[in-house]
Design a binder for this molecule. Structure first.
Ligand code: GDP
Ligand code: IMO
Ligand code: MG
Length: 454
């Protein structure tokens, strides 16, 4: 069967940790979208692994697959594989022949356009994600399979590179270097193709995964980013350029919707909210310069609120895994989560970072929004409307700091009562059972209620 792991908010909900937790019973872990914009942290045997591209399951000896819905930067891929090997692991990574390749000009153009966009900038990771998906949709992309076929690679580059060079030089008035040089790109990417071939890394993703399923193996589908960063269902244009929602798991792997729908879809929820990047955020606490719209560091949001934001940011280690940027933080946003529960059809939830809120007197959630004088329970479809929403808060009594490792060992009932009340509210509102509760970054710091593979 398949278990699909989906971020329900704005990324960094702790997906990597949940993949690691449940991945034990999986034979194959496949990512279905995104690229090295993701940053997934796995703590294994006291060692911390930060992965951008290699699926989180690879740390535990599972076959990791990058599905056709991913965009792959071969340089990052081989760097990560080499680093894991240096640390004594032997990751088995396969890449879909249909996945698109991130080329150096994509990264360059990502940076150039972000600068140009000003208020419309999403605050991207500048990894070339958007420009690569643009070329995929524009039918001028280079796919992993093309790297193994020199004539096709040459033909693709000869068509597309002059266009990119003209775009950078003539439209954006930038100088270009070897990132826009056909011969350089051809030589470099041919070599990547040779290494992919030598190591037998490329697969026809859908066929590969289906054969595993037919043989009775367990497949895990690992989403990156989160529902509100989805290009269709997120807060456009402050989104990524792919579909992290559960539908992306079928399109991005080549498994049928019935196969994915036959399994479980687990929504990963952070017990509060974090966001790296721009755009509105109705439940935001305080603000971060350069990311929070119209944020004035001198005015701030009031000392108490800024202090609380800093407290949560530091307790939760809310600094970007990929870019190191401080993340914006806020209270849990229920309209955002109701939207996610519908768009993904969650069969279960994993709620992480419950420990981070411990010790606060009061924990709030944005239960609904006030929008043009009316109360609404889910997100409006345009981001301009969302920006006009004011959260209506509901307050919960806080829970104490406890020995979380002991709680994880003793099980759900050992979670402080007020925290359980909070969890049960979330579960009721989303009409999905809680499968796991994260009470610390380590794997053993998780209260497991249900194992989806059992
Ligand atoms: P992902 O992108 O969804 O995989 O999440 P990230 O790895 O970017 O960010 C989550 C961070 O929170 C990582 O540093 C995790 O080790 C950590 N983490 C995950 N679950 C918990 C939890 O329940 N409590 C605490 N304190 N940290 C957690
Ligand atoms: P994981 O998988 C949090 C955000 C960026 C930016 C927007 C678009 O670790 O949860 P992109 O580089 O994708 O074009 O940037 O999306 N973003 C993420 N935020 N976690 C992520 O991944 C993210 N990947 C992209 O900050 O606002
Ligand atoms: Mg992350």
């Amino acid at each position: 069967m398949t278990v699909t792991i989906v971020g329900s908010q704005l990324g960094d909900e702790g997906k990597g940790g949940v993949v690691d937790l449940y991945g034990d019973a999986a034979d194959v872990v496949a990512r279905y979208q995104g690229g090295d914009n993701a940053g997934h942290t796995v703590v294994h045997d006291g060692e911390k692994y930060k992965l951008s591209l290699v699926p989180s399951g690879a740390v535990r000896g599972k076959i990791g697959v990058l599905g056709n819905g991913c965009v792959v930067n071969p340089e990052t891929l081989f760097d990560e594989i080499d680093t894991l090997r240096e640390r004594g692991l032997d990751p088995d990574v396969r890449v879909a022949e249909r996945a698109h390749v991130i080329l150096p000009y994509h990264r360059a153009l990502d940076g150039i356009e972000e600068e140009e966009k000003d208020d419309l900038a999403a605050g991207t990771t500048k990894r070339g994600i958007g420009p690569t998906y643009e070329d995929k949709a524009g039918r001028r992309g280079v796919r992993i399979g093309d790297l193994l076929d020199p004539d096709t690679l040459r033909e693709r580059l000869e068509y597309v590179v002059p266009q990119k060079k003209a775009l950078a030089e003539d439209v954006f008035d930038k100088e270009t270097g070897e990132a826009f040089d056909i011969d350089h790109l051809y030589d470099t990417y041919r070599e990547y193709g040779e290494r992919l071939a030598e190591e037998g890394m490329t697969v026809d993703c859908g066929t590969f995964l289906q054969e595993r399923i037919d043989a009775g193996e367990n497949v895990m589908l690992e989403g990156a980013q989160g529902t509100s960063l989805d290009i269709d269902h997120g807060v456009y244009p402050y989104v990524t350029s792919s579909n992290p929602t559960a539908g992306g798991a079928t399109v991005g792997t080549g498994l049928g919707p019935t196969v994915v729908g036959d399994g479980e879809v687990i929504g990963i929820v952070k017990a509060y909210l974090s966001r790296v990047g721009t755009g509105p955020l109705p439940t935001e606490l305080g603000g971060v310069e350069g990311q929070t719209p119209d944020y004035d560091p001198d005015e701030g949001a009031g000392e108490d609120e800024e202090e609380l934001a800093t407290y949560i940011r530091d307790e939760g280690g809310e600094y970007g895994t990929v870019t190191g940027r401080p993340r914006r933080v806020g209270w849990l946003d229920m309209p955002m989560l109701r939207h996610a529960a519908r768009a993904n059809g969650f069969t279960g939830l994993a709620v992480n970072h419950v420990d981070v809120l411990a010790g606060l007197d009061e924990v709030k959630v944005g239960h609904s929004y006030e929008f043009d004088g009316e109360e609404i329970l889910t997100m409006p479809s345009t981001t301009e409307q969302w920006g006009r929403c004011e959260a209506t808060f509901k307050s919960f009594d806080g829970w104490p700091e406890v020995d979380w490792a002991a709680v994880a060992e003793d099980g759900y009932e050992a979670i402080p009562e007020n925290a359980r009340t909070y969890l049960e509210y979330v579960s009721d509102e989303l009409d999905a059972p809680v499968y796991a509760v994260g009470v610390g970054p380590g794997r053993e710091e998780t209260v497991v209620v249900e194992n989806p593979y059992e």
